[in-house]
Design a protein around this ligand. Structure first.
Ligand code: HEM
Length: 131
């Protein structure tokens, strides 16, 4: 029952929520994240999270995760970062990324929270054009 409530919360969240395993493979993706990236869950689950980002991050993301696991020194975890996402149609969009590490059933997974910044960035650019 508690699990059903949590699922309902995640399914109805406004922000995208994606979980990955320690190697960066996607374990879950909520409807908001599917809508942002234009993928269905079946197209993403089991694949590397790097499929959702442009270069040079795409080629380096495995190393980012590995470095964190060796050094335990966070660069995004607990801090957040403005990054660029890559949609299925090849277009990109800016978002605020929050990452947390979760210990669950004697395993460590990472949860990513994705807050779309497209509208804010567009408004910023329009203001810049007027100036
Ligand atoms: C680290 C980019 C999505 C999990 C990083 C770093 C970058 C990055 C640049 C290294 C930061 C540094 O060393 O200064 C991106 C981009 C994404 C994305 C462009 C766009 C899709 C995600 C998602 C998750 C995630 C959705 C989790 C579900 C991690 C982890 C680390 C990391 C665990 C290492 C820990 C840390 O540096 O704090 N990412 N990331 N990333 N990312 Fe991502």
């Amino acid at each position: 029952e508690n699990a059903a409530l949590l699922k309902a919360i995640i399914d109805n969240a406004i922000d995208g929520i994606i979980t990955i395993d320690g190697r960066g493979l996607v374990e879950s993706i909520n409807p908001a994240a599917c809508k942002l990236f234009l993928y269905t869950p079946g197209e993403v689950i089991g694949r590397n999270i790097s499929m959702l980002m442009p270069q040079p991050y795409k080629s380096q993301h495995d190393e980012y995760i590995a470095r964190y696991q060796h050094t335990r020194e966070p660069h995004i975890i607990g801090i957040g970062r403005e990054v660029t996402g890559l949609r299925k149609d090849g277009t990109t969009f800016p978002f605020r990324l929050g990452v947390s590490e979760v210990s669950y059933a004697e395993r460590k997974i990472f949860t990513g929270f994705i807050h779309d910044l497209s509208r804010e960035k567009e408004a910023e650019e329009q203001l810049r054009d007027y100036a």
